[in-house]
Design a protein around this ligand. Structure first.
Ligand SMILES: Nc1ncnc2c1ncn2[C@@H]1O[C@H](COP(=O)(O)OP(=O)(O)O)[C@@H](O)[C@H]1O
Ligand SMILES: [Mg+2]
Length: 276
């Protein structure tokens, strides 16, 4: 059983007479422990898909199943929300308390978790995002990257099975972006966390196990980064660009230089050095 399963899922936003497409005919399975990157132009349906995964939205048609639970099962919606942790774009909107450890305690307290257990979870979550030193500090003084790491820790304190980062790096500087991506990769590798990283930075998809490309609410390509970025026409048609190294390699290939498919800057440099 895949931890995430969508069968022919469609969802439209209805506003009086108006309807706008959210997502359409999505068939998708994501395996436990995968590091999956979801790409798509602005308005392609990425956030809609994310909200369908945690039961915030219920499909108009089709079924979303998380760890065997259908999101239509209203009685189990809190179980689903606990399994699917989401981190959003704006780090300042995600803090509820003025002391970091209180912020992390908030979710588990609401679930009625005993204080001793909460303390253990906070210790673990702060160390998982490398923020132990800030435990009794205030979130307001942190950098954007540190705030997003605290937001991730607050989600981890709920012991989720799946971590969804919905453009969680979009408002960060390059250093903050790198910290958050590094944290997500580590949680995936060391804790076996299933990660769904939603981004429009192509470079963040290079190391993924699985890349999914959305365009106008539909999945238009899926596979390893090598496969997905090895099909530049599809990427372009989806309104996206290739990662920088792939783009340069592609341009050189079109100019007659025999370069292999390339994802990373180092690979590009090496391949160019080997050209005669
Ligand atoms: N609350 C909403 N009401 C109406 N339309 C919406 C709403 N949220 C999103 N949409 C529409 O659904 C489509 C997909 O949006 P979204 O999932 O937010 O895309 P993305 O996250 O990829 O930018 C867009 O056309 C958007 O305008
Ligand atoms: Mg979005």
């Amino acid at each position: 059983m895949s931890i995430i399963e969508l069968k022919n899922v469609s969802f439209d936003y209805k506003n009086g007479e108006d309807t706008s497409r959210g997502v359409k005919n999505i068939d998708l399975r994501i395996e436990k422990g995968a590091f999956c990157v979801l790409l798509g132009h602005n308005g392609s349906g990425k956030s809609t898909l994310a909200k369908l995964l945690n039961g915030f939205l219920i499909p108009d048609a089709g079924d979303v199943t998380i760890d065997g639970i259908n999101t239509r099962e209203e009685k189990r919606i809190f179980e689903i929300r606990a399994k699917v942790g989401m981190v959003f774009q704006n780090p300042d909107n995600q803090m509820v308390a003025s002391i970091i450890e209180d912020d992390l305690a908030f979710g588990p307290e609401n679930l009625g978790i005993p204080p001793e257990e909460i303390r253990k979870r906070i210790d673990w979550a702060l160390s998982a995002v490398d923020m132990e030193a800030y435990r009794s500090g205030t979130p307001y003084k942190l950098s954007g990257g540190q705030k997003q790491r605290v937001a991730i820790a607050a989600i981890l304190a709920m012991l989720p099975e799946i971590l969804i980062l919905d453009e969680a790096t979009a408002m960060l500087d390059p250093k903050g972006r790198a910290e958050v991506i590094e944290t997500a990769k580590r949680l995936n590798k060391e804790n076996g966390m299933t990660v769904v990283l939603i981004t429009h930075y192509m470079d963040e998809a290079i190391d993924a196990d699985d890349v999914i490309v959305l365009c106008d609410g539909e999945i238009v390509n899926r596979g390893t980064p090598k496969k997905v970025f090895g099909e530049p026409e599809l990427i372009k048609k989806a309104g996206l660009e290739l990662p920088v190294a792939s783009r340069v390699a592609h341009a050189l290939r079109e100019a007659g230089y025999p370069l292999p498919p390339i994802l990373k800057d180092e690979e590009l440099v090496e391949a160019i050095c080997q050209l005669k």
